[in-house]
Write a protein that binds this ligand. Sequence first.
Ligand code: HMH
Length: 220
Amino acid sequence: MKLFERLKADAAPQWADYTQHDFVEQLGDGKLPLECFKHYLVQDYLFLIQFARAYALGIYKSPRVADMRMSLEGVKAILDVELELHIELCGKWGMSRDEIEQAPEDTPTMAYTRFVLDAGMSGDLLDLQAALAPCVIGYAEIGRQLSAKGCDNDTNPYQRWIQEYSSEAYQSLANDFSSWMDGTADDVMTERRYPRVLSLFEKACRLESDFWQMGLRAKV
Ligand SMILES: Cc1ncc(CO)c(N)n1
């Protein structure tokens, strides 16, 4: 079995909590309070800045030029596409780039981003990939599910967000990530090592759930 499939199966409860979280359900049916989405979105912008650093660390931790290029794709996807989507959405609700960048990081944002950076810093490329995988592949699955249910319709205020994560471009980014991690595993994974990799993956899923929960807590 490919590494990602195995991790997802072994972390099934954490994966389900994350990808079927209440926040996701409410976003899908358009009933999520705007305050919750706005708090999430600003925090996600701050989150992505740290994730761009994590992918940059991936370049540093890459054993091959091909791996460096994959990490670079992650950096570019965040800086050129994802952050700009956030600015566009925040702009629609009257928040400027400065306002977003100067917002204080909430605790779940700090917890998740510093966890991923530490996993990469203290480990090798596979450790970093295991900590990053729930992020990129999870959002692709969420986007796909919501779009399959027709949640990206014109009446949903979060249509643009769903369209972004269900888009061809994002889906292929996630597929490429999954194959890339599988390739690293072919080189360095051993059975002895697996529990540690699984533990990183599970923790990242839990931190994703906490991130959604932070959004729900912002309800006024
Ligand atoms: C918290 C979080 N996880 C994953 C993604 C997908 O990049 C994101 N933007 N934010």
